[in-house]
Design a protein around this ligand. Sequence first.
Ligand SMILES: [Fe+2]
Length: 619
Amino acid sequence: MKYKFLSIKYLIVLLLLLSLTKVMSQKIVRGPYLQMASPTSMTIRWRTDMPTTSKIIYGITKNNLNQSKSDDSPKKEHIITIDNLIPNTKYLYIVETGNTILSSADIFFITPPLIGTEQTVRIWALGDMGMGTDVQSKVYQQYLKFVGNNYTNLWLLLGDNAYAQGYDWEYQQRFFEYYQTDRLMMQTAIFPSPGNHDYTPTTNRVIEDPILDYFKIFSMPTNGEIGGVPSKSKAYYSYNYANIHFVSLDSYGIEALDKYLYSPDSKQMKWLEEDLKANKQKWTIVYWHHPPYTMGSHNSDTEIDLKTIRENVVPILERYKVDLVLNGHSHNYERSQKIKGHYGLEATYNPKVHTFGSSNGRYDNSPNSCPYVTDSKSPESQGIVYVVNGCGAANGGGQVTYPHDAMVYSNNKDGGSLFIEVSGNRLEAKFITEDGSIKDQFSIFKDVNKKTELKLEANQKSLLLNASWAGTYNWLHDNSKIEAVSVSPNVTTKYIVQDNQKCLQDEFTVKVATTYTLKDFNLTVTKSGMAIDWLTTQERGIVQFTIERQSQNGEFKPIAVIPTKTKNQFSDKNLFYRYLDYVKSEEQTVNYRIKTTDNEGVSYYSNIKSVNTVLNITD
Ligand SMILES: [Fe+2]
């Protein structure tokens, strides 16, 4: 009996263990990772080691995740899109897949704001990252350290995302298992582009070949879901985030025999032109894998893909005033001047012809480091900054002519990534290396250095002057250090604000509408002469008063000019004026009037006052 009892007991334990093993073995092996972030929707993907159901439970308040979306058909690849979300709102979510529940305070995302909104947007751009190296981990950890608690809005992949052939197992081991170790992948949507290594499994570089895992792993907005012209292709697409238009291109696929995606008559190139033409966003950032300018581990003079892209794609980007281009491929960091019109070999690059100004764009108080400035209303492109950022997992290599002459800064020693922050009309970018240092940075400002004419109307007491940039300020008239100042000039006045590095300057010319009331205009005859009195109220815009006396021939002639007492400020008090005219008139009756002149040279005359000098002597 004892043996029987034991065997039943062991059987129960065995069954429990088996069922536990079943539960434990059902785990999330990939993700969750976010895709296709739009102001009102988010796609959440993950992979499980065995087929299970899919469910996302979500909401705005931690203790009230009151919405959910699920799919009961068992699968390993889970894709759930939740919609009807509120723009610019933090959503917490829980992944429930079979018996596994993934829940943590770190699992959340923030929906993008409405398209066109001006707010701070943080972007992390990473190239050639999926190698499975120690450098790759360091680059990731240093970025997380750099960004701290600030939310990263977008994560861009610049191609060659998993080495060496872009197979799913390589993505698993060298991409997902590196980045899903920390919060970023659960919080920030990835917008990828493919590289040549992502294309390796297909012969002849066939675009969207079913064999290519890149196109299975990622979801792309191919139908203009987030703005932009629908591309109808997962290889290239566009989207908007806040006031930025993004374009992701495929620089390697071939759509038909001898028709590369960068061939002038390819579908991609036709779509690109249409898309950029329709774009109304303040900023445009375009990214793809193969750089048009590099002398790092690749050579943009000798490699046909790079050379042709420079000749075919760059002129279109310039035509539609793209601001920034990001690439990978060369396992280096290289950052150009703001350049335009350079389509030839490196030897033909001429800074006098192809760059704008001599500043290096760093804006870091070092010599010659003013930011790049762009006028969005200019009919012409004012140049593009190109960044090669293919050092997400390694750095090295350099051609004979390294660094490329068009580059302000080149680095073939440090792995790193690019952080971009766009805020209103200011774009800041920083190269964060594997040791956490920032070895390059640059700034672009749009529509600054403004000259503005304003008018203080009669019914306004003051005007608010706003500097046209976000940063530091010094108002020259009163040394204010704030972005906006209130002014109430009495006459036309010019106000100037500069940034601390004296790189930026706005000029405001404020004209004033004249206001005044002249009253109590009186003449008093004294033994020695005539006292002329008057007062004004609500005086602004007045420069002076001219006393005029009528001469024998009937003409009024000026006898004195009295300046205003307002001291360049609007006055809502009574201001008293007196002038003593000591010159005795030969006439018994004398006529006076007052001519008031404003800051624009316009004159106003008072009534004529008369007095009999014989009959009206008062003292
Ligand atoms: Fe590459």
